[in-house]
Design a protein around this ligand. Sequence first.
Ligand SMILES: Nc1ncnc2c1ncn2[C@@H]1O[C@H](COP(=O)(O)OP(=O)(O)OP(=O)(O)O)[C@@H](O)[C@H]1O
Ligand SMILES: [Mg+2]
Length: 461
Amino acid sequence: MLNSFRFRLTLWWAGALAVLLIVFSVGVYSLLARSGRGRFDASLRSVGEVTAVSVNHELEEHQGREAGEPSIGLVLQTMHQVSFPRPSIVVYEGGRRVASKAGTEGLGDLSPGLPEGMQNQGAYRIAVFRTPVPSLRATYTILVSQSTAPLEEELAGFRRILYFCVPLGVLLASVGGYFLARKNLAPIAALTYEVNRITSSNLHQQLPVVNPRDELGQLAMTCNALLGRMRASFDDQRRFMADASHEIRTPISVALTAAQVTYEGEARPTAEYREALRIVVEQMRRLKRIVQDMFLLAQVDAGAFEPRVTSFYLEELIQEAVRAARILSSPLHVAVRVEADGEAPMEGDEGLLRQLLVALLDNAIRHTPADGSVTVSLTTEPGSWCVAVADTGSGIPLEDQPHIFERFYRANKARTREAGGSGLGLSIARWIATVHEGELTLAESSGRGTRFVLRLPRRGG
Ligand SMILES: Nc1ncnc2c1ncn2[C@@H]1O[C@H](COP(=O)(O)OP(=O)(O)OP(=O)(O)O)[C@@H](O)[C@H]1O
Ligand SMILES: [Mg+2]
């Protein structure tokens, strides 16, 4: 139950409310009690003061105890009549009881020796006053007392109300909060249900967004965006699988057909067997390259590929790649030139960069007609090395240009199928440029030729 968000929410809400109510009740109660007791004391004090003044006045006016003291009794009698049954009053002179107001109760055991001020005696509150009468050279003590029981009873009643109302309020609010939480959390439950229904086969579904501006709407939109990204990556993967199996099927079928046709039936001349084997070897080589490329891409996608970084000279790597490319270009009568002077120190994965150059050279040579040329140049730009591979070939059709870096994309498919490319060369080449924090772009391509430009960061300027 504690794992339920709804329960915890209710608990928090009830706890906060309980603390608030308790603090509020304690505050109100102590304020009320203080002001009640304050007023109680003030009324006792004022009665005491009036009595003290009267005692003084009567004694002074009648000039002596004999005449004055009985009239103190009369004064108290009058006070009793107007304020019955309020405070009891007793007047002492020294230890002698001079007068007391009718109905005076609870003062029997009160000694006139009590110190001046407010005193507590059992359930009674007593105000003690001393008033000197200079003409008689005597000091009169006035005790005003009243039971605090009605006030305390009133406060106890208020306490009882609080004891009952605070827990009841918290309980009612908790029950209400629990149902409110259910109502508020219902969209989350609905969202959970919807998300649970999504599998790889219905990724195209979208979660309903009730209010795009509230938190739940934002959550649903975030989930939808996530679903979109997953869908895109699933689609990529599916396309990759479909393209890959298609690419692998072709060389296998060609090799199988060549082998089968030659193997079955009558014995044939050696030249035909050799030709069949040539086809098989060529197709297997192509298959090997495709599988190698796919393996590299699979590693890249899984984030498992670690480039092996070393220091080397870029111009040497270019010369080396061109030498290898000439093996392909010379039978096709395509000249490959290099324009790279000076040293170009570089840090990176030499093997990957060689693969990149070979892919560009391979494309350029394959798409350049006989007597054309391919030129590789190395120049410097602020902060980077710039390697351009230009050919005098037929160019890439305009509509294909935006796609040539996509996996398995081949421009002008029917024509290049024979050349044996699988369409992975440029996508891998671009990835290699990116791992080196560089970029590979198609600078220009027209009927007169194509130029690819590779920029690699130059360390130390
Ligand atoms: N220099 C170029 N001139 C004309 N077309 C080119 C050139 N370079 C690339 N292309 C076009 O771009 C397409 C994609 O090139 P990419 O290198 O990725 O694949 P591929 O050469 O067909 O196959 P792979 O390189 O995997 O053997 C090619 O099929 C080709 O049509
Ligand atoms: Mg290629």
